[in-house]
Design a protein around this ligand. Structure first.
Ligand code: NAD
Length: 469
């Protein structure tokens, strides 16, 4: 069966997946992807893809999420462009073997760590940043010299089909492919023996991916989510704090982002002031009728709308909503909503919210926030607003999270010298910048010896004289 025939097949089944894998393994055997030139050519092709198709990408994101164009241009296209440019600038250096010291026992010798491509890798991505989250790991896979299959999310269908079309047109299809599909297609892909699987999404599917990978001893990167807390001290610049919380929460896909603030912890005394500041800044940002705002994404689909409605209804019954709460099912829109004094055992505190609702938990002393966070599963991000250096140090030392940011939200994501990934339930492995290259690279240990220094002590017979040496 030719590639065209296999692509024309309606269902991408296990047979098609096996065929694809065989073809890519054969192609990778040519060694083409190992060359610096091939990797660079594909980075440039990706940049060209973005230069020539920004409008189409913006349209696809509008269709999938009603994502504001500025958010698409900055967070989806802009960040990917940045990733490609970092690779173009640094790749030569990353690909160089690293000389390391040797041991006295190997004298004379030299040693180096040689970065080596893993082979053929699979990237499974999520719907909330469907362009960036699909292609950013692909950038790492290509930079490291691998062939790669991308499976975008079916929940963002416009972006998924655009990715399939654009990657076919711009990239080297002997090594880079897109398979669109849902659970069946992903299951077929997961049955293959990959050299690495990079998955972005929820922890339930993360477990499915890890189980499938275990069958073949395939290593995984799991970019998962969790409840990312924001702790607010009473000594902060309140207006800046409120604006930065809003930017990381509603300014990132209306709360549908893995690192968006999930809940706030502050003291009982300070909470009313924080709520007032958030209300003022929310109104400045999205006006008096936020359901009509063009600057807020919609909820991705009716399933997620129903899930969030359940959390909203529960909060309404318990009288915890202090701002917002409006929704429009016909347009899949939910307004930015603040909930105050939410009990820690309430429905909304039991799961990652992944939407525009922001509960505020109050404590008597801010130090208690550390126990609140550490009593739950480890979050993907933890945010702290404070001017108290002692508390800052204590927070950084004792709170475990994938990443941490003091006096802002979400921005740690754009620093390519920082690894981006979770810990515990929020994921395993990391990427961005050099960490992306490393995620798809085997570091091969190589020791070089000559025929000199052939100490007889290591060879039998093991005489008593040798023992005494
Ligand atoms: P999703 O529904 O798009 O699923 C992710 C991928 O898993 C999709 O490609 C989908 O086809 C596949 N999938 C779904 N069910 C499957 C199954 N049974 N078997 C095999 N594959 C299957 O996305 P999602 O999970 O709703 O994404 C939201 C979650 O992802 C949140 O928890 C969020 O925090 C997390 N997330 C993490 C990051 C990160 O970088 N750490 C980024 C974005 C989202």
């Amino acid at each position: 069966m030719s590639r065209e025939e296999s692509q024309k097949k309606k269902v991408f089944d296990a047979e098609a997946a096996s065929f694809l894998m065989k073809e890519l393994r054969g192609n990778v055997g040519s060694g083409t992807t190992r060359s610096y030139e091939w990797r660079v050519s594909q980075m440039k092709a990706l940049l060209k893809l973005m230069d020539e198709n920004e409008d189409h990408i913006v349209d696809a994101l509008r269709s999938d999420l009603d994502k504001p164009p500025l958010e698409t241009v900055v967070y989806e296209v802009g960040m990917l462009r940045n990733s490609c440019e970092v690779v173009l600038k640094e790749l030569k250096h990353w690909m160089m073997p690293e000389k390391v010291k040797t041991a006295i026992a190997t004298f004379p010798s030299s040693a180096e760590i040689v970065p080596e491509p893993l082979g053929v890798v699979l990237v499974i991505s999520a719907w909330n940043y469907p362009f960036l989250l699909s292609l950013d790991p692909v950038v790492g896979a290509i930079a490291a010299g691998n062939a790669v299959v991308l499976k975008p999310s079916e929940i963002s269908p416009a972006t998924s089909s655009l990715l399939a079309k654009l990657l076919e047109k711009y990239m080297d299809n002997s090594f880079i492919r897109v398979v669109e599909g849902e659970v069946d297609e992903t299951t077929a892909l997961l049955q293959q023996k990959w050299d690495k699987i990079f998955y972005t999404g929820n922890g339930r599917v993360g477990r499915i991916v890890m189980t499938a990978a275990a069958k073949h001893l395939t290593p995984v990167v799991l970019e998962l989510g969790g409840k990312s807390p924001v702790v607010v001290d009473s000594n902060v610049n309140l207006q800046v704090t409120a604006r930065r919380i809003i930017s990381g929460k509603w300014g990132l896909n209306n709360g549908q982002a893995c690192i968006s603030p999930d809940y706030v912890i502050t003291t009982k005394n300070y909470a009313p002031k924080l709520v007032d500041a958030l209300k003022t800044e929310l109104e400045n940002s999205y006006g008096k009728s936020p359901l009509e705002s063009k600057d807020l994404s919609r909820i991705v689909n009716s399933n997620h709308f129903a899930r969030l409605t359940k959390l909203l209804d529960d909060a309404k019954v318990s009288g915890k909503i202090v701002y917002g709460g409006e929704k429009d099912e016909s347009k899949l829109r939910i307004a930015p909503t603040l909930l105050l004094d939410v009990p820690r055992d309430s429905l909304i505190m039991g799961e990652e919210i992944f939407g525009p609702l922001l509960p505020i938990i109050t404590v008597n002393k801010l130090e208690e926030s550390i126990d609140v966070i550490n009593s739950g599963t480890k979050p993907l991000a933890a945010y702290l607003f404070t001017t108290d250096n002692k508390f800052k140090e204590q927070f950084v030392k004792t709170v475990s999270a994938g990443g941490m940011l003091v006096n802002d939200t979400a921005l740690h994501l754009v620093v390519h010298t920082l690894p981006f990934g979770g810990v515990g339930d929020s994921g395993t492995g990391a990427y961005h910048g050099k960490f992306s290259f490393d995620a798809f690279t085997h570091k091969k240990a190589v020791l070089y010896r000559s025929f000199m220094g052939d100490a007889s002590i290591r060879y039998p017979p093991y005489t008593n004289t040798k023992l005494r040496l």
